[in-house]
Design a protein around this ligand. Structure first.
Ligand code: GTP
Ligand code: MG
Length: 327
């Protein structure tokens, strides 16, 4: 008698990967400023003019930055030189860092989508296996046709988990303009993002130590929502890894390998229904949407989720400063 195949070792079924969050949008909308804000460090160059930076895959760890070529060849790159790595022939630059957020997800900072000097394949191929997107749209030219066209091509499951940030919101100086832009963006993107948040990234950064400034920048609402999402995705990704390990142990076909953005997105629990479009003519005041419905998770991922949601001081002020602002 050959006996039963061994049961999967729960330790061995630890997550094979972290959720992957891509940061996308037109050039100079604040993608790298957002990445740096989330990391709590100026890891990536922020520039007024478009950068020619390859996709940067930020992951937890130590060690040098590495250029990963299209054929998989890896070459170390001095950190100061990442902006001069040739875009052609580069799949991405892997940049290991120690940052709280990278313990829970990988971040992929992408070049602008319609930079005439850059082949769209450069950012398209970096979308392989991405779980969700933080899309940045510039408040003064929000949601252009080029953005709409690219977003339409994203897998629906990825779209439904993704957040739209109306960045550089401080550039809109009147209440009327702010309401008008938000209303238009919410209407034109209705059902295609999980939620929309106006945010001033530069004010958020300046306000990291000040609860009121942090709140007023829009970063508080956005980052609270992001933490919930990361917790939700972590549980889903862990379950996916456990299912794959269990299937492998008994020789059954597991969930398909991830070959393109969201190709196995149907394996992840469906996201909740997106926010309804506002009634025509009514100003939109983006507010936090109710937390996603609870997902089926293992006890371990439940615990992880709770830990994530209790994360004080990840992006914003230290916990003691994180109280409702006094108006
Ligand atoms: N006023 C204001 N400026 C911002 C904001 N966010 C970013 N910026 C500025 O916008 C410029 C471009 O920011 P980046 O973060 O480099 O933009 P990016 O989208 O990464 O640009 P590319 O990678 O070149 O496509 C920088 O000068 C930032 O300081 C914001 O919320 N408000
Ligand atoms: Mg950038």
């Amino acid at each position: 008698m050959t006996g039963m195949p061994p049961l999967p070792d729960p330790e061995a079924a630890a997550p094979a990967r972290r959720p992957r969050i891509a940061i996308m949008g037109e050039f100079s909308v604040g993608k790298s400023t957002l990445s740096n804000l989330l990391l709590g460090a100026r890891a990536l160059p922020e520039k007024v003019t478009a950068t020619r930076l390859s996709p940067v895959w930020l992951t937890e760890g130590d060690g040098p930055a590495v250029r990963v070529a299209l054929d998989g060849t890896e070459t170390e790159v001095p950190l100061a030189d990442i902006a001069s790595v040739p875009v052609d022939g580069t799949r991405h630059i892997r940049l290991p860092m120690r940052a709280e957020i990278l313990k829970h997800c990988d971040l992929i900072d992408l070049p602008g989508i319609s930079d005439p000097n850059m082949d769209p394949e450069v950012w398209r191929r970096a979308l392989d296996g991405v779980d969700m997107v933080l899309w940045c749209t510039h408040a003064t030219q929000a949601w252009r046709r080029s953005e709409d066209a690219v977003w339409n091509d994203m897998p629906e499951a990825v779209r439904a988990r993704s957040l739209l940030l109306v960045t550089r919101f401080d550039k809109l100086t009147t209440e009327r303009d702010r309401a008008r832009v938000l209303h238009r963006v919410a209407t034109e993107t209705a059902g295609r993002f999980r939620a929309v948040f106006p945010v001033s990234l530069t004010r958020a950064r300046a306000g990291r130590a000040d609860a009121k400034a942090w709140h007023d920048s829009g970063a508080e609402e956005f980052s609270d929502h992001l933490l919930d999402l990361i917790g939700e995705l972590s549980g889903a990704v862990e379950e996916e890894a456990e299912a794959a390990a269990a299937a492998e142990a008994i020789g059954a076909p597991g969930p398909g390998a991830r070959t393109a953005a969201g190709t196995d997105a149907d394996d992840l629990p469906p996201p909740p229904a997106p926010r309804a479009a506002p009634a025509a003519g009514s100003p939109v005041t983006p507010r936090r949407v109710p937390p996603p419905r609870r997902l089926t998770r293992t006890d371990v991922s439940h615990a992880k989720h709770r830990r994530l949601c209790n994360w004080g001081g990840l992006f914003g002020p230290e916990p003691q400063a994180r109280q409702r602002p006094v108006r």
